[in-house]
Design a protein around this ligand. Structure first.
Ligand SMILES: [Fe+2]
Ligand SMILES: [Fe+2]
Length: 155
């Protein structure tokens, strides 16, 4: 019997993107309301979710996409964007939420992610969907890897 929860690879990644966007919006709301503890908790959540998302892309989705599309330029660029995001996430991990740079770093991270997501969804994913990659099978592998990483991160 097919698992009704199974998502194809692209749908899974898009759902992660929407979740990150939603958390960045909630961060702004908490920030505007002066809720520092809540803000910090949201930042912690979005950073953990992004790290897991990038890991399943880098370990599973990107190599498969590279093989299927041969678009090395786009995938190299995506990997460089991931390292930029990881660098900011590392810096945020070292900062106290009351640090004056905390909001600025979250803001820049959200802008970088917005740009990256835009390129993935409008350029990379359509190419992958046009290729002969089995996106259902890939989605299943990614969902398993995501669940294992979430458990590892205590999520
Ligand atoms: Fe990505
Ligand atoms: Fe992504």
């Amino acid at each position: 019997m097919p698992n009704v929860m199974t998502q194809d690879a692209v749908s899974l990644l898009k759902a992660d993107h929407r979740e990150a966007e939603d958390l960045f919006k909630k961060y702004e709301t908490a920030k505007d309301a002066g809720k520092t503890a809540e803000k910090h908790e949201i930042a912690r959540k979005v950073c953990a979710a992004l790290l897991i998302h990038m890991e399943i892309e880098e370990n599973i989705f990107y190599p498969a996409a590279r093989g299927a599309t041969g678009d090395d330029d786009k995938l190299n660029e995506a990997e460089v964007e991931h390292s930029g995001a990881k660098e900011l996430i590392m810096q945020l991990g070292d900062l106290k939420p009351e640090d004056p740079m905390f909001d600025a770093k979250v803001k820049v991270l959200s802008e970088q992610i917005e740009h990256h997501v835009d390129e993935e969804e409008n350029e990379l994913f359509p190419e992958v969907e046009d290729s002969d990659l089995d996106l259902d099978d890939l989605g299943e592998q990614m969902a398993d890897a995501k669940a294992a990483l979430q458990e590892q991160h205590g999520m």
